[in-house]
Design a protein around this ligand. Structure first.
Ligand code: IDP
Ligand code: MG
Length: 141
C-alpha cells in the first residue's frame, strides 16, 4: 500500500476551471491514476472525511467549504506516493508553498487551497476506501 495516495481537487479549483490543469500536473508528475470521479460531498460526508480535524477551530469552515461544490477525488499510484504527492502539492498555506507546486499556482487561500493529499500510508488507505471500492481501482482490473 506504500505506493498509493489519495488526492482531492477541491471546490475552489473546480469552480475556477482548474480541474484539467491540475489533472495534467498529476500525470506530468508520473502518478498513475488508479481511479477518479466527481463528487459533491454532503456536509456529513465532509465531516466524516475530515474526522481527524473535528474540534479544531477551522473544522466548520473546512467542512462547509468541502461540501460547497464539486470535487474530483483520485486514487494515485507511484513509488513513495504519499511523500511524492505532498511534494507536488506544496505547503498547506499557499503563501509558504514552493514555486512550481500545485498550491502555489492554484490555491486561493489557506482554507481554499486547491488540493488535498494524504499525510501517511495508513490515512491514504483509509481515504481511498472512503470513496472507492477496491474493484474500482484500475490496478485490480
Ligand atoms: P493539509 O491539507 O496540508 O494536510 P491539514 O493541516 O491536514 O493540511 O488541514 C486540512 C485542511 O484544512 C487544509 O488543507 C486547509 O484546507 C484547511 N485548514 C488547515 N488549517 C487551516 C486554518 O488555519 N484555517 C482555515 N483552514 C485551514
Ligand atoms: Mg492533512
Amino acid at each position: 500500500m506504500t505506493n498509493r495516495t489519495f488526492a482531492i481537487i477541491k471546490p475552489d479549483a473546480t469552480r475556477n476551471a482548474n480541474t484539467g490543469l491540475i489533472y495534467d500536473r498529476i500525470l506530468k508528475a508520473n502518478f498513475k491514476i488508479l481511479a477518479a470521479k466527481l463528487v459533491k460531498m454532503s456536509k456529513k460526508q465532509a465531516e466524516g472525511f475530515y474526522d481527524i480535524h473535528r474540534g479544531k477551530p477551522f473544522f466548520k469552515e473546512l467542512t462547509d467549504f468541502m461540501s460547497s461544490d464539486i470535487c474530483m477525488v483520485l486514487a494515485l499510484e507511484k513509488d513513495n506516493a504519499v511523500s511524492e504527492w505532498r511534494k507536488t502539492i506544496g505547503a498547506t498555506n499557499p503563501a509558504d508553498a514552493e514555486a512550481g507546486t500545485i498550491r502555489k499556482d492554484f490555491a486561493t487561500s489557506l482554507g481554499e487551497n486547491a488540493v488535498h493529499g494524504s499525510d501517511s500510508d495508513e490515512n491514504a488507505q483509509k481515504e481511498i476506501a472512503f470513496f472507492f471500492t477496491e474493484s474500482e481501482l484500475i490496478a485490480n482490473l
